[in-house]
Ligand binder design. Structure first.
Ligand code: GZL
Length: 332
């Protein structure tokens, strides 16, 4: 008898993997609630931030919490995300959740999801919106505000050190071109450079949110000039790559007369660099979006109204405010 039960149980587990929502058995424990089937298309695994974002979604959309999660890693290719979303539509999932690698190129596939009557939740990055309402809700960060936080802090820091009028030579390492965080964080810096005539952009290159690419482009920049006051990196991975390249070239990265490094994400690794002073300012970008997704789906399941745009609260840390205790208590 136990063997027969074990076989039935294994067969049930196999059913979970590829069947549609109609075939979903009820969740163990509550006999009347069907599990909510969610297809999640993730950009990739390019940074510590992305890994934390993925882990948080997986830790939230669990079977115990009433879900079957179908996960796809697009490995940084938009085509893979479009293919995954089409697969979710064919599997007739209950919801589609995705973080769009870039803002454009989604209208056609999201129209297919709309025609299949499958609600889409956009997380993390944003999509360029045409006339149709192609998604149900957005959960993420205000990236321009993150950039504004960084440049306002920098202006204040320089003024306090009597460098308000001094020439400030800035290297800018951008994230994935066309992604919402790159667009917002870049716009804030470029606006600040327009406002501060003594701030000069000596180089602007794409680091694609990775340590390896940032190390490579920073190395090329250093062959042209080492007369650099600030390096503005659009995530922690880029900051680590740029710092490695600068230290190899004999430059010091610190707020005490060295190169001022600004970063975004405030991952635990990035904050370790902040504690050492190698990163002077780290603006938080919160990847813990799973609970927001769970709350919105549960509201939709109950027919309750939801906010179409949901921004996550964020803060910043600098070389003087960061501490071992803060880092040890961080969730990512
Ligand atoms: C921001 C997120 C960015 C992070 C990077 O919400 O899209 O992508 O800042 C990640 O670390 O690669």
């Amino acid at each position: 008898m136990r063997k027969l039960l074990a076989m039935i149980f294994c067969f049930t587990i196999v059913l979970y993997s590829g069947c549609t929502k109609e075939e979903q058995p009820v969740s163990p424990g509550n006999t009347d609630d069907k599990l909510i089937v969610v297809g999640f298309s993730q950009v990739g695994a390019e940074s510590e931030w992305r890994v934390a974002n993925t882990e948080n979604i997986k830790d939230t959309l669990t079977e115990e919490n009433g879900y079957v999660l179908i996960f796809d890693d697009a490995r940084q290719e938009q085509e893979n995300q479009i293919r995954a979303i089409r697969m979710f539509i064919q599997q007739d999932v209950d919801y589609i959740v995705f973080s769009p690698k870039v803002e454009t190129g989604w209208n056609s596939i999201l129209l297919e999801a709309k025609e299949a009557d499958i609600p889409v939740l956009v997380i993390d990055r944003y999509i360029e919106q045409q006339d149709e309402e192609l998604y149900t809700a957005y959960i993420g960060s205000d990236f321009y505000k993150e950039g504004e936080t960084a440049v306002s802090w920098l202006a204040d820091f320089l003024e306090k050190r009597g460098r308000k009028e001094e020439p400030i030579r800035i290297v800018h390492i951008q994230g994935t071109i066309g992604s919402t965080p790159q667009i917002g964080r870049t716009a804030a810096l470029e606006e600040a450079i327009r406002k501060h005539p003594n701030w000069e952009l000596v180089a602007q290159e794409c680091g694609d949110f990775t340590k390896a690419k940032a190390y490579e482009v920073m190395g090329s920049i250093l062959k042209q000039t080492k007369d650099i006051d600030v390096v503005y990196c659009e995530n922690d991975g880029e900051a680590l790559g740029a710092i490695a390249a600068m230290e190899e070239a004999g430059l010091k990265c610190d707020p005490y007369g060295g190169v001022i490094v600004i970063s975004f994400d405030a991952t635990r690794l990035g904050l370790e660099y902040c504690l050492s002073g190698k990163i002077t300012l780290n603006v938080e970008c919160n990847p813990l979006q799973g609970p927001y997704v769970d709350e919105i789906i549960k509201k939709l399941e109950q027919g309750e109204s939801i906010e179409p745009k949901n921004y996550i609260d964020e803060t910043y840390f600098d070389y003087s405010s960061i501490s071992r205790e803060i880092i040890d208590n961080r969730k990512y």
